[in-house]
Design a protein around this ligand. Structure first.
Ligand code: RBZ
Ligand code: NIO
Length: 331
């Protein structure tokens, strides 16, 4: 398939390779769907939310209540994710995989499917059990399968969960083999003291996970409900030949989890961007995915994934609408 798409691109009425990175995006898009005429619509931006017990250990500047406040804004269509998804013509779905939030309005665009009410702190023991991990994975897989059943072509993935850069950094170190301190950045903001605590917490949790012989238990011990659900969504989306657009550090950590546990989990994955958090580039190297944007993003919420969608349209149009050189020259 990749060979066919490459042959097609090189035969178009333009110097071979002259559209640079857009050509590689077209190749990747064709490969994710296994077809030379990939679809980019309909598209859905899915945000998985969850809370993290480790917030109580002072690893960041924001309280867990901000997770719920942002989820409420998402329900009202007034978050960055809402705006960027709308601008890109994507349907919006918020999935509560395990937040502490109560009282969000039910209705279309929202799925309350909580596996728990916030994780336990990974600073003091496993964040969740393997059974909870499996339930969150199954939730994400269900979201992907439903999207496939509804004819969705592209799933753009994002997350909301105060504290989740701590979990993502720990998973990143465990699954890339990188030193924990290389994976830790400021997340949504840090003071010198909170950053020092985050480094110490991540280092200790990774040491504990590395000593755990059962690798599912090791992963569950560092995970978040939204991260486990994202991993299941990526793997199942790939199985259904959806194009699954990955966002930043946290979705990257979920992709590492999926890659470790499920052969072929990344077949549908496209890395939208490399973000400003230091560990993200290292994660993408282990995932073997080229990021297509480098816009110094450090928000999450699927922002980078949403921003890639118009470029996917360009990549698909290239494959399907451009004449070949042979047609032009009559050769
Ligand atoms: C107002 C606000 C909106 C956000 N939207 C996404 N995040 C991002 O920041 C959080 C992770 O950073 P940390 O691990 O430092 O808490 C996640 O919710 C992520 O989506 C936000 C963070 C804040 C504060
Ligand atoms: O890269 C991300 O997804 C990210 C970075 C900082 C804070 N929240 C998310």
């Amino acid at each position: 398939m990749t060979t066919d798409a490459k042959t097609r691109l090189d035969a178009l009425a333009k110097p071979p390779g002259s559209l640079g990175k857009l050509e590689r995006l077209a190749l990747r898009l064709a490969a994710t769907q296994g077809r030379l005429d990939p679809r980019t619509r309909p598209r859905r931006l899915v945000i998985f939310a969850g809370d993290h017990g480790v917030v109580a250990d002072g690893v960041g500047l924001w309280p867990s209540a901000v997770t719920g406040a942002m989820m409420r804004l998402m329900r009202e269509g007034r978050s960055s994710a809402s705006a960027l998804g709308r601008a890109a013509g994507a349907e919006f779905l918020l999935v509560d995989a395990g937040s502490l939030t109560e009282g969000l309005a039910p209705g279309p665009g929202f799925l309350d499917a909580r596996v728990g009410r916030g994780t336990a702190s990974l600073a003091h023991g496993p964040a969740m059990s393997v059974a909870e991990f499996d339930a969150a994975w199954a939730l994400g897989a269900r979201v992907a399968a439903e999207a496939a059943g509804q004819g969705i072509a592209v799933l753009a993935l994002g997350e909301m969960g105060i504290g989740n850069t701590t979990a993502a950094a720990a998973l990143g170190a465990l699954l890339t083999g990188e030193a924990p301190e290389a994976m830790v950045g400021p997340g949504a903001g840090a003071s010198p003291e909170s950053l020092a605590r985050k480094r110490a917490v991540v280092a200790a949790a990774v040491a504990r996970a590395r000593a755990e012989p059962d690798h599912r238990a090791a992963i569950a011990g560092l995970c978040g409900y939204e991260i486990a659900a994202l991993a299941g969504c990526i793997a199942e989306g790939s199985r259904h030949r959806l194009t699954v657009v990955l966002d930043g550090l946290i979705v990257g950590a979920a992709a590492l989890v999926a890659q470790r546990l499920h052969p072929g989990a990344l077949d549908g994955a496209i890395a939208a961007h490399v973000g400003a958090e230091p560990g993200h580039a290292r994660m993408l190297a282990t995932l073997g995915l080229e990021p297509f944007l480098d816009w110094e993003l450090r928000l999450g919420e699927g922002s980078g994934a949403a921003l890639l969608l118009p470029l996917l349209d360009g990549a698909a149009a290239l494959l399907t609408e451009v004449a070949t050189l042979a047609e032009v020259t009559g050769g």
